[in-house]
Design a protein around this ligand. Structure first.
Ligand code: KG4
Ligand code: ZN
Length: 334
């Protein structure tokens, strides 16, 4: 089965062609980082306008790179949500038009399920059941994947997403956008133990996350110590990153042990973070868990992961109607 995936939920316009749910024939990602960088965050109106400008060339390039013609496709998979409504609408409109004109089966994909399916594009796909930590700019949640296409929510953030915290702290430190990669780079020369930022604890013991406290602490620290020297900025970045990593690793391992799940998936944009990958791998080994992590370029937004999840849903007989609409708050599981 050859499937075209289309992704436009936030600030990346992406298209990919995937064969047999596993072989990436092409994957094109047009980043909008340069457009949003001056604002230190994604500006929804600018994002949807840019998607409109580039989506057709991006889809054409994905097909050309794959050497596949539209009539040779077995289906079109598109991100329906969650995400920015104006951005999602662009991808959905293009996917529906292609499906209608070329009489192709259409399938709707949840962006978070897409992130999880990036793991199925690796040499080491996880067997069910597994626990998935999805950490991105918009979401931070733990899902239990009981069986193919069946998920339950184990825990989630009560305030900011981890990626959002990276982006906001980078802005506070004047480091630019997107925050994750630049914080990781600057933190490499800093001391992760230089400053003790608070680790959020849930008073009710729930496996939920909270990142607004650490973000506020960084903000206070920066105000109290302004102006920061280069070495201090590196120490703040390293200490902040270490705090986030510790919170993510602790909750994930605790949840895996609590639910008796041996396999853990780490995915989403923040999963591109080297120290997070290393710390979760070390903790997994220590606790006898098997960690599955996609390569970095499949952790951040791309359409190969949407095509992968879409292929699984098409194979299960799922079809979306041509009345398909964007769903900005689409949930993966209750
Ligand atoms: O999954 P993604 O590409 O888009 C969303 O679905 O949100 O995730 C983007 C987020 C951004 O907040 C970005 O700062 C973060 O992932 N990110 C990172 C790294 N690379 C991207 N965070 C930490 N370390 C990184 N290397
Ligand atoms: Zn994402």
């Amino acid at each position: 089965m050859v499937v075209l995936g289309i992704e436009s939920s936030c600030d990346e316009t992406a298209a990919a062609v995937l064969a047999d749910g596993r072989r990436v024939l092409s994957s094109v990602v047009a980043s909008q980082d340069a457009i949003h960088a001056p604002y230190g965050g994604v500006v929804p109106e600018l994002a949807s306008r840019r998607h409109l400008e580039v989506i057709v060339p991006v889809v054409e390039k994905a097909l050309a790179d794959a050497g596949v013609r539209l009539r040779e496709l077995d289906g079109v998979a598109v991100t329906q949500g969650p995400g920015l409504v104006g951005s999602l609408l662009v991808g959905c409109a293009v996917a529906k038009s292609l499906a209608y004109v070329h009489r192709l089966p259409l399938v709707a994909v949840n962006h978070l399920e897409g992130h999880i399916y990036a793991t199925f594009l690796t040499e080491d796909p996880p067997e069910h059941p597994f626990l998935a930590l999805v950490v991105s700019g918009g979401h931070t949640a733990l899902y239990r994947a009981r069986a193919p296409l069946e998920y339950s929510l184990v825990g989630q953030t009560r305030d900011d997403a981890a990626g959002e915290a990276f982006d906001k702290v980078a802005k506070l430190l004047g480091l630019g956008f997107p925050g994750g990669p630049v914080i990781e780079r600057v933190a490499a020369s800093g001391d992760p133990k230089a400053i003790m930022f608070p680790l959020a604890q849930m008073s009710d013991g729930a496996p939920d996350f909270s990142f607004s406290g650490v973000k506020t602490s960084v903000s206070l620290y920066v105000k109290q110590h302004a102006p920061l020297e280069r070495t201090e900025v590196a120490d703040v970045a390293a200490s902040f990153q270490a705090t986030i990593v510790k919170m993510l690793v602790r909750k994930t391992v605790k949840a895996a042990l609590h639910h008796g799940i041996k396999r853990v998936v780490l995915t989403g944009g923040v999963a591109a973070n080297g120290p997070l990958r290393a710390a979760l791998e070390a903790a997994a080994i220590e606790h006898g868990l098997h960690l599955h992590v996609p390569p970095r370029h499949l952790c951040t937004d791309n359409a190969a992961m949407i095509a992968a999840a879409g292929t699984a849903r098409l194979a299960a007989g799922e079809r979306a109607p041509l009345s398909l609409n964007a769903a900005p708050d689409l949930a993966l599981a209750g």
